[in-house]
Design a protein around this ligand. Structure first.
Ligand SMILES: [Zn+2]
Ligand SMILES: [Zn+2]
Length: 213
């Protein structure tokens, strides 16, 4: 079974999730935005074997620690979708733009596309491409655990910003309705910032994407 522990990192309190298979203890880190020492202490406390980095998108609060973490442990970087190449290339400048220390660009070991799967231990997660917040944003869904790691696509009571270059509000709404809702009302999602919620709760009460009466 897939398990996970979320660790808020960076000044933006970005929800970095450590996910692992509880049979093998193999783990992946989703969106290591920074504070690598905090993340690594948690990995060690949980007794996990770090195997991969999974990337939802390449904003600095999600990707600021990716290059360094990959290099230190020789980990593959899986994701995001190639639409985020310009955000990856611009990581050093994003540091200045958002008041972060400069971050390094990286080259993903494997780009992701809609319909792909990623594996950790005996657990398989489905990849959905959800553009709108960034053009290359992906989410990771475990049907078995009924969990989805959605980055900055959807939040409890809100949705991702679309005022960045190549952001697109309508595309984000379509991503949420067409690619997240089919995962099921009972699915719990872990957003990039703030508390968890379920898709069913958001369909009822999120003012941006609730179902029309
Ligand atoms: Zn973002
Ligand atoms: Zn974010």
């Amino acid at each position: 079974m897939l398990r996970y522990q979320t660790v808020p990192v960076t000044a933006f309190a970005q929800n970095c999730s450590i996910v692992w298979c509880d049979e093998t203890q193999d783990a992946a880190v989703i969106d290591p935005g920074g504070e690598l020492d905090v993340l690594l202490a948690e990995v060690q406390r949980l007794g996990l074997h770090l195997k991969a980095i999974w990337q939802t998108h390449a904003h600095i609060d999600h990707a600021g620690g990716t290059a360094e973490l990959a290099r230190r442990f020789d980990l593959p970087i899986i994701g995001p979708h190639p639409g985020d190449q310009f955000w990856i290339t611009g990581l050093p400048q994003q540091g200045a733009m958002f008041g972060f220390p400069p971050a390094e660009a990286f080259t993903p070991t494997r780009w992701l596309a809609d319909g792909d799967t990623v594996q950790i231990g005996h657990s398989t997660l489905n990849v959905r491409h959800c553009p709108g917040h960034t053009p290359g944003h992906v989410v990771f869904h475990s049907p078995e655990a009924k969990r989805a790691f959605v980055g900055d696509v959807l939040f409890a009571g809100s949705i991702g910003r679309t005022d960045f270059p190549q952001g697109n509000h309508q595309q984000l709404l379509d991503s949420i309705r067409e690619r997240l809702w089919p995962m099921g009302d009972e699915t719990v999602f872990i957003p990039g910032h703030g508390p968890e919620s379920t898709f069913g709760d958001e369909r009822r009460s999120n003012p941006y994407v609730r179902d029309r009466a």
